[in-house]
Design a protein around this ligand. Structure first.
Ligand code: HEC
Length: 134
């Protein structure tokens, strides 16, 4: 009986903790979409598909789903390395987006990591702050 009580206690605390986290993620994605539509959409397009030979897609991209620091640094410093992205090269350069706040960068990256067939963990403003300092 005592164990049952304990179990119920643990389960309710888990459930109440999970809800705010989920809501926070959803809010970050919603804010991130606004930033995306203002800043990124002209190059990467509404569906994240990019523009052939000019701007790479963000769909199932190893940069989008991959290491958070590498991804954050693409936004802070831009990206002009002529590396193949899924076997294709892109003539444009990606301009640095360091004018955005830590919150905006976290939100837009959380948005792209949860859109265009991507599914990856959220990026938090603290993560951006740490990268910006270096
Ligand atoms: C002026 C056009 C332009 C804008 C605006 C722009 N990008 Fe890019 N982006 C590029 C190009 C071009 C590359 C590839 C650069 C290269 O190959 O050297 C790139 C690369 C990337 C990459 C890594 C490669 C990939 O396909 O995954 C990510 C992630 C990315 N951009 C995200 C964003 C986000 C998020 C925004 C908005 C905050 C944004 N970009 C705004 C043009 C742009």
């Amino acid at each position: 009986m005592r164990y049952l009580f304990f179990l119920v206690l643990v389960l309710t605390s888990l459930a109440t903790n999970a809800q705010p986290a989920k809501a926070a993620l959803q809010q970050s994605i919603t804010r991130g979409k606004i930033v995306y539509n203002q800043v990124c959409i002209s190059c990467h397009q509404a569906d994240g598909g990019g523009v052939p030979n000019m701007n790479p897609p963000l769909i199932k991209s190893k940069w989008v789903d991959g290491d958070k620091k590498v991804l954050i640094n693409i936004l802070l410093n831009g990206f002009s390395e002529k590396v193949a992205i899924d076997g294709d090269y892109y003539s444009n350069n990606m301009p640095a987006q360091s004018q955005l706040t830590d919150q905006q960068i976290a939100d837009v990256l959380t948005y792209i990591r949860n859109s265009f067939e991507n599914k990856a963990s959220a990026i938090l403003p603290q993560n951006v702050k740490t990268c910006r300092k270096k």
